[in-house]
Design a protein. Structure first.
Length: 274
């Protein structure tokens, strides 16, 4: 994958503000200034690069490209492969993906001196750092998170498919927020509980949501539920309803609209998780 396109001429911006002081103080970083021969067509220097060492003997650099800088995480490929299905698909010898073929054929794939570089995009830098520390059983994994951080962690855990490997940490992070499960403003609990498979919380929240929506649709004579199918509005918890759940929402019986609510039971929905 090509390097990021140089930006307009301006001093390098500061790295993004971390989500928590805890994550900041437990992250060892070294910042180096990157110099390169800039082509005639280029109009700005490359973005600054910082490196966070997750594993001192790591053989792979995960390079996260952000709008303000490039963040490297030195990690162990074997740990990533065994804890994340997504990283396994990207790096394991049996994988057909181009990243895996390049990694396994590269001389640097077994070297901590000149590690292989794998580029990532669109992740929150602090959430990704905490996730990688958790996967490596790093001692500086924070014991508590704000609710916004908890949601960000659920996003990266879901993206890299490593809920089982992080369940111990997830239980610890969620514990401080279980009293807010049914409170206004904490609708993302539906997504968080889905990611870590907390059936009791997910079943309660989804059951309440289905009951409320069905009552509204029956009352106004609707025979479809586009509200659940359309997540583009971004107006609350429907933004965080997993796609697998949405695909299971059936159309109501044409002659028995009142029975529709009984079709969307907890058991049907939770089958998607198993």
């Amino acid at each position: 994958m090509s390097k990021p396109t140089p930006l307009a001429s301006s001093p390098p911006a500061s790295p993004p503000r971390p989500l928590s002081e805890n994550a900041t103080t437990t992250t060892t970083t070294t910042t180096t200034t990157t110099t390169a021969t800039i082509p005639t067509a280029a109009i700005a220097p490359l973005l600054p690069v910082s490196e966070t060492v997750i594993s001192p003997v790591g053989d792979i650099l995960l390079r996260l490209l952000t709008p303000t800088h490039t963040q490297d995480y030195r990690t162990s490929a074997s740990v990533l492969i065994t804890t994340s299905k997504v990283f396994s698909a990207m790096l394991s010898p049996a994988s057909p993906f181009s990243e895996a073929q390049r990694f396994n054929s590269s001389p640097s794939s077994s070297s901590s001196v000149d590690p292989f570089v794998l580029r990532l995009h669109d992740d929150d830098p602090v959430a990704l750092c905490i996730l990688l520390k958790a996967l490596h059983n790093h001692p500086s994994v924070p014991r508590s998170l704000s609710f916004r951080q908890l949601v960000e962690m659920a996003v990266v855990v879901d993206k890299y498919d490593c809920s089982h490997a992080t369940r111990m940490y997830g239980d610890r992070w969620m514990k401080g927020w279980t009293s807010k499960v049914e409170k206004l403003g904490y609708e993302e609990w539906l997504f968080v509980s889905w990611v870590w498979g907390v059936e009791r919380i997910f079943g309660k929240l989804f059951g309440r949501m289905v009951k409320k929506v069905c009552v509204q649709r029956v009352r106004y004579g609707m025979d479809r539920i586009p509200f659940l199918k359309d997540r583009k509005g971004g107006n609350g918890f429907e933004e965080f309803v997993p796609e697998g759940v949405l695909s299971r929402v059936p159309n109501p019986p044409t002659n028995q609209p009142a029975s529709y609510a009984r079709l969307l039971t907890k058991d049907i929905i939770l089958q998607e998780r198993s």
